[in-house]
Design a protein around this ligand. Structure first.
Ligand SMILES: [Zn+2]
Ligand SMILES: [Zn+2]
Length: 301
């Protein structure tokens, strides 16, 4: 246990140095400035070519979502990647060690050309994310955390990163293990991180992006708007369109639902009107609900 703790502390202290370095040294390989630039450009596109023309430029909870943007993408997501994923990998290595397996790398892809490696990382990670996202909609306690993301009542680029910090922990840890098994480290997929950030922000943006036949491959704002639909059809009571960057998994596994392109579709939590509207409240609410449900003699609604 002490060993895991040390691995985690090393990860966090490394991250603190890295964090200040990022802000002080703008450059091409810099998450902070990419996040800033991508957000600004997509916001400008929303202002110039809005899909819902009557949506306010500073929509409800805009600044809360901007805070989530930096909290989740820059402060928390990468931090968890740095610290917890190391612990997960260490624990996984030790687990394999019990069976006399000393090498975590199951398939060595290091000899393949760089772009092929990146493509493998991207597709594998996206498939893992599709699975994890689907679980968030089907497993009761996971849905309580995922409700934060679905509590947005108007879509815009910044809604992408409105989610509970527990999602970082589960996504980052679970998606990291298969990647580690094929021999990658965090520094290897900067481009994939940035590409998925831009694609994700576009997917939530107030933009009409006609993808043509590519809609079967890539998720877009029209398809993802339905993912956030307030009223779910009886055929898909838990949700649908779980794709993060790629939509292909939904078409393969029949979890797609996209009956129309109505930009004014009502979005929000399907089963309730009221959800905390502030950062602290939203972060505490899932714990409160899970605790209440598990309390003996409590109603299970
Ligand atoms: Zn969802
Ligand atoms: Zn979403």
């Amino acid at each position: 246990m002490e060993k895991y703790f040390k691995v985690m502390i090393d990860g966090y202290t490394g991250y603190a140095n890295y964090f200040f370095n990022e802000i002080l040294n703008p450059g091409w390989h810099n998450y902070f400035y990419w996040l800033l630039a991508a957000s600004l450009l997509i916001y400008l596109a929303e202002i110039a070519f809005p899909w819902r023309k009557n949506q306010a430029l500073i929509r409800d909870h805009f600044w809360l979502d901007i805070f989530y943007l930096f909290w989740n993408y820059f402060l928390f997501s990468l931090l968890v990647y740095n610290a917890l994923s190391m612990v997960a990998v260490q624990a996984f290595k030790d687990f394999l060690g019990i069976f006399g397996i000393n090498n975590l790398v199951a398939i060595q892809v290091g000899n393949l050309p760089g772009w092929v490696q990146l493509l493998i990382i991207f597709v594998l990670r996206d498939f893992m994310q599709w699975n994890i996202h689907r679980m968030y909609h089907h497993v009761d306690w996971m849905w309580e955390f995922h409700k934060v993301h679905h509590s947005t009542k108007e879509m815009g680029f910044a809604a992408l990163l409105r989610y509970h910090w527990m999602e970082n922990i589960l996504y980052r840890t679970l998606e990291y293990i298969p990647l580690a098994m094929i021999g990658f480290g965090i520094s290897d997929f900067f481009i994939v991180h940035i590409f998925t950030l831009v694609a994700g922000q576009l997917g939530h943006a107030n933009l009409n992006i006609p993808l043509g036949k590519f809609k079967y491959l890539f998720n877009g704002p029209q398809m993802h708007l339905w993912h956030h639909a307030k009223h779910l059809p009886q055929s898909h009571p838990n949700g649908f369109n779980y794709g993060i960057t790629l939509s292909i998994w939904d078409f393969i596994f029949r979890t797609n639902y996209w009956p129309s392109n109505d930009e004014n579709l009502a979005v929000g939590l399907p089963d309730e009107e009221r959800f905390p509207e502030d950062f602290i409240g939203q972060n505490l609410e899932p714990f409160r609900r899970i605790f209440d449900k598990n309390k003996p003699n409590s109603p299970t609604s």
